[in-house]
Design a protein around this ligand. Structure first.
Ligand SMILES: NCc1[nH]cc(CCC(=O)O)c1CC(=O)O
Length: 317
């Protein structure tokens, strides 16, 4: 009997593009596995979509873009949801699981400046739009002269605001722009050494019910193990610092095949970051290990020792 898998999606241009990409891949994989499945899209509005112009930290950012989709899965209205990993809360509701983490897109932050150019080439005192404390912190550290102003909305509306609201430049995740086919708008990519990306940036999470065995089997073949391991380490770091998405925290991990070849456990290298929003204090630590959760906890512990908790407490009030 042919099964119809109902895929829930937000209606933003990026969400529709990402979900469409995932459904195309899953169609190919299911054909290869000889599984008889059909896919149907169902659009769902999340609370985050309704309040896109409000600064998220003011409304409690946790799960804003995921909650209604998760309720849909638990209620059986939809079977899968595709999320940006970056927007996933640390804990999943009972009964749901991440069935697959596909290969990561570019994890870097991108500068989109009105007069094409790099961060160094921005004029003194230029006005840069971002509402991410993580981006603000690292940007002000590199260029204390820049004036940082908040900007909100989906990536398409932020690109419009760059023109219409008089910013000299804005910062966006390169991944979203690439997935939309808008990489030509990028004027410079910030290396992770200059701007540590957000936890999970550039990766997707495909969520489903934990007891949906046939779907989990299909999703298993879509998992990209190095990406999944890297994201586990980054999320462990975030969890150890009690971080949500609206804190000046970043982490970037890369998994490489282990010393002993294909069978050895992959070796993870991760940099964790916590900074003050004014860029005066940046705490960073890089370490390696094979256990992703332990690596995350270890780097978080080093940064706490150096005052990360104080920085985060001051931001949270
Ligand atoms: N905070 C919103 C958000 N969530 C995911 C992406 C796209 C990039 C990604 O998948 O990490 C974006 C936009 C941005 O930060 O530019």
């Amino acid at each position: 009997m042919k099964r119809t898998i109902v895929v829930g999606t937000r209606q933003s241009a990026l969400a529709l593009t990402q979900t469409g990409w995932v459904v195309d891949r899953l169609r190919e994989l299911s054909a290869r596995l000889g599984m008889e499945v059909d896919f149907e899209l169902k659009k769902i509005v999340t609370r985050g979509d309704q309040i896109l112009d409000v600064t998220l930290s003011k409304v409690g950012g946790k799960g804003l873009f995921t909650k209604e989709l998760e309720e849909g899965m638990l209620g059986g209205e939809i079977d899968i949801a595709v999320h940006s990993m970056k927007d996933m809360p640390f804990e999943l509701p009972e009964g749901l699981t991440i069935g697959a983490v596909p290969e990561r897109e570019d994890p870097r932050d991108a500068l989109i400046s009105r007069k094409a150019g790099t961060l160094e080439e921005l004029p003194r005192g230029a006005r840069v739009g971002t509402s991410s404390l993580r981006r603000a912190s690292q940007l002000q550290h590199a260029r204390p002269d820049l004036r940082i102003d908040t900007i909100r909305g989906n990536i398409d509306s932020r690109l419009r605001k760059l023109e219409s609201e008089g910013y000299d430049a804005i910062l966006l995740a390169a991944a979203g722009l690439r997935r939309m086919g808008w990489e030509d708008r990028i004027t410079a990519l910030l290396p992770p050494e200059t701007c540590v990306p957000a936890v999970g940036q550039g990766a997707l999470a495909i969520e489903c019910r934990a007891d949906d065995a046939p779907l989990l089997e299909l999703l298993r073949s879509f998992q990209h193990e190095p990406t999944a391991l890297a994201v586990r380490a980054e999320r462990s770091f975030l969890g150890s610092l009690n971080g949500g998405c609206q804190v000046p925290i970043g982490a970037y991990a890369v998994a490489r095949p282990g010393e002993s070849g294909a069978e050895g456990a992959p070796l993870l290298t991760m940099t964790g970051f916590v900074g003050t929003p004014d860029g005066q204090t940046l705490l960073k630590e890089t370490s390696t290990g094979t256990d992703p959760e332990q690596l995350g906890r270890q780097i978080a512990a080093v940064l706490k020792e150096r005052g990360a908790d104080r920085i985060l407490a001051a931001v949270r009030v």
